[in-house]
Design a protein around this ligand. Structure first.
Ligand code: XMP
Length: 518
C-alpha cells in the first residue's frame, strides 16, 4: 500500500481517498509508527500529510531521517513537506507570512515532473505559518508563492517530492493531477486499484476466511453498507449466507419492499424477515425522551436479532452445521478512527448489532473494512445492486422513532410516513437527491397549532422539513431549496396528510443543531 502518515490534521483520510482515486491502494498510519514498522508493511510509497503544528513547536512530530534511506518514494504535503525539508537539512523558517486559503502558485522553470504543462500561475489552497526557505540538497524548486519561496520541490532520481499547498482539496484544481503524477510518474506505481479489482479481492478474501463449508449470517438494515457487505459475501459463499431483516416498524414507506424485493432480486440472497412491529410499538409506548427511545430501539433490535440467530442456529444445528460468521458493514473510516488499521484493533461495532451475548459467538466478516463510502457505493453498483439502494441517503438506525417528537404510536408513524414519502417524491422529481445530503422529515406530535382548511378550523400538527448539505454529517448547512419545490411539498402534505395543517422549514446549521431532531 501507499502509507499516508497522519500528522494529526483532518486531511489524512482525504489524502488516502485521493490516492485511491489515482487507483493506487492506500492506508492511513499514525505518525508515531516507527520507520521499521512502516517498512515492514512494504509500502509502495509514503505520503506525509499536513498537520496542525509548526515544525518548531515544542513536541511537534518530526520525521525520522532514516525514512529517506529506505529506497521508498516519499511525498510531503504542507506540514509533511516542511518536516521532510527539515529532516533532509533544508531550510524551514518562521517568517511570519501566513498564507491561508486560496493562493496563487507560480510554476518555476519547466515545473519539473509534477508541475510541467500546468498553467504558469494557478490557484492552490494553502494553510501554513512556517515555510521552506531552502530546498534540501539534490532537490529542484518547481513552484513558489508570495508566502512560500519554496512551494514545491522534487528529486525525481530519489523519487522524493513535496508541496506546501494542499493538493487533496478541491480548491487546488490541479492538485489531483499533481498527486497522480507523483504516484504514477515519479514513484512508478501502476493504477491497479479499480472497482473490479476491489470486488475480486474482497470475494477472494471472504472465501479464504469462511472456507468451503463455513456459514454466515448478516443483519440487513436497508442501508447501503450492510447491503453491499451482504452482496459481496453472497458472491463469495452463495447460500451459505443468510440475511436477517428486522422490520421494527420504524421504516419509511417502501423500505421493506426495497429489501425484500429489490435487494433479493438483485442478489438472490436467502432472506429471513422478522416482523417485529408490534413488539417495538409495545416497548415504545408512552416513551417521549429521545435517549430512552434510542436505548429501547437498540436493545429490542439486538434481542430480536439474537432470537432469530438462535432460531437459525437451531435449524442449522439439526443438520450438524452452525453459523460461525457474522457479516458487518464496517467501513475504513471507522477502522482508522478507532485507532485500528490491522486486525486486532478495537473497532466500533456496527451500532445495530453490537452487544450480542457471549453465548452467540461469531467471527466477524467485514468485507468493507478497507473501503471508503464512495468505494462502497461503486462496489455496490459493480455487484449489480440498484441505484435506489446504492445511492440511498443516510437514515438513522432508530428510524422514524427519533423523528416523532412525542410518543411513537401507530397513528403518528402513519402520519409521518405519508408526509415523508411526499417530501421524498417531490425532492426526487425536482432532481435534488444528489444536492442534499439528507432531508429528515419530522412530526411534532407534541405540538398543535390552529389552522383553517376548507370551511373549518383545524387543530393539527406541524411537519418540519430538515434538508441539509454535508460532506460527512459531522457538520452541515441547511440546504437552500427552491421555493417552488418547498411550495409543492407544503401544499401536498397539508392537503394529503390528515392531522397536519402546517409545514415548517428548519434553517439551522450543524452546529448548533444536530441533523436529526432527537
Ligand atoms: P446528527 O443528528 O447527530 O446525525 O447530526 C448525524 C448523522 O447520523 C445519522 N444518525 C444515525 N445513524 N444510527 C445511525 O445509523 C443512529 O442512531 C443515528 N443517529 C443519527 C443522522 O441521520 C445523520 O446522517
Amino acid at each position: 500500500p501507499v502509507l499516508v502518515v497522519d500528522f494529526g490534521a483532518q486531511y489524512a483520510q482525504l489524502i488516502a481517498r485521493r490516492v485511491r482515486e489515482a487507483q493506487v491502494y492506500s492506508e492511513v498510519v499514525p505518525h508515531t509508527m516507527p520507520v521499521s514498522e512502516m517498512i515492514a508493511r512494504d509500502p509502495a510509497a509514503i505520503v506525509l500529510s499536513g498537520g496542525p503544528s509548526s515544525v518548531y513547536a515544542e513536541g511537534a512530530p518530526q520525521v525520522d531521517p532514516s525514512l529517506f534511506e529506505q529506497g521508498v518514494p516519499v511525498f510531503g504535503i504542507c506540514y509533511g513537506f516542511q518536516a521532510m525539508a527539515s529532516a533532509l537539512d533544508g531550510g524551514v523558517e518562521h517568517t511570519g507570512t501566513r498564507e491561508y486559503g486560496r493562493t496563487d502558485l507560480t510554476v518555476v522553470g519547466d515545473g519539473g515532473a509534477l508541475h510541467q504543462d500546468l498553467p504558469a500561475g494557478h490557484p492552490v489552497w494553502m494553510s501554513h505559518g512556517d515555510c521552506v526557505t531552502k530546498a534540501p540538497e539534490g532537490f529542484t524548486v518547481t513552484a513558489t508563492s508570495t508566502g512560500a519561496p519554496v512551494a514545491a520541490f522534487e528529486d525525481t532520481a530519489r523519487r522524493f517530492a513535496g508541496v506546501q499547498y494542499h493538493p487533496e482539496v478541491l480548491h487546488s484544481p490541479h492538485g489531483q493531477e499533481v498527486l497522480r503524477r507523483f504516484l504514477h510518474d515519479v514513484a512508478g506505481l501502476r493504477p491497479q486499484w479499480t472497482t473490479s479489482s476491489i470486488v475480486d479481492d474482497s470475494v477472494a478474501a471472504v472465501r479464504a476466511q469462511v472456507g468451503e463449508t463455513g456459514k454466515a449470517i448478516c443483519a440487513l438494515s436497508g442501508g447501503v453498507d450492510s447491503a453491499v457487505a451482504a452482496a459481496l459475501v453472497h458472491r463469495a459463499i452463495g447460500d451459505r449466507l443468510t440475511c436477517v431483516f428486522v422490520d421494527h416498524g420504524l421504516l419509511r414507506a417502501g423500505e421493506r419492499t426495497q429489501v425484500e424485493r429489490d435487494f433479493v432480486a438483485a442478489t438472490g440472497v436467502r432472506l429471513v424477515t422478522v416482523d417485529a412491529k408490534d413488539r417495538f410499538l409495545g416497548a415504545l409506548a408512552g416513551v417521549t425522551d429521545p435517549e430512552e427511545k434510542r436505548k429501547i430501539i437498540g436493545r429490542e433490535f439486538i434481542r430480536v436479532f439474537e432470537q432469530s440467530a438462535r432460531d437459525l442456529q437451531a435449524e442449522a444445528g439439526e443438520s450438524g452445521e452452525h453459523f460461525d460468521y457474522l457479516v458487518q458493514g464496517t467501513l475504513y473510516p471507522d477502522v482508522v478512527e478507532s485507532g485500528g488499521g490491522t486486525g486486532a484493533a478495537n473497532i466500533k461495532s456496527h451500532h445495530n448489532v453490537g452487544g450480542l451475548p457471549d453465548d452467540l459467538k461469531f467471527d466477524l466478516v467485514e468485507p468493507l473494512r478497507a473501503l471508503f463510502k464512495d468505494e462502497v457505493r461503486r462496489v455496490g453498483l459493480e455487484v449489480g445492486l440498484p441505484e435506489t439502494i446504492v445511492q440511498r441517503q443516510p437514515f438513522p438506525g432508530p428510524g422514524l422513532g427519533i423523528r416523532i417528537i412525542g410518543e411513537v404510536t401507530a397513528r403518528n408513524l402513519e402520519i409521518l410516513r405519508s408526509a415523508d414519502s411526499i417530501a421524498r417524491e417531490e425532492l426526487t422529481s425536482a432532481g435534488l437527491d444528489r444536492t442534499i445530503w439528507q432531508c429528515p422529515v419530522v412530526l411534532l406530535a407534541d405540538v398543535r397549532s390552529v389552522g383553517v382548511q376548507g370551511d373549518g378550523r383545524t387543530y393539527g400538527h406541524p411537519i418540519v422539513l430538515r434538508p441539509v448539505s454535508s460532506e460527512d454529517a459531522m457538520t452541515a448547512d441547511w440546504t437552500r431549496l427552491p421555493y417552488d419545490v418547498l411550495e409543492r411539498i407544503s401544499t401536498r402534505i397539508t392537503n394529503e396528510v390528515s392531522d397536519v395543517n402546517r409545514v415548517v422549514l428548519d434553517v439551522t446549521s450543524k452546529p448548533p443543531g444536530t441533523i436529526e431532531w432527537e
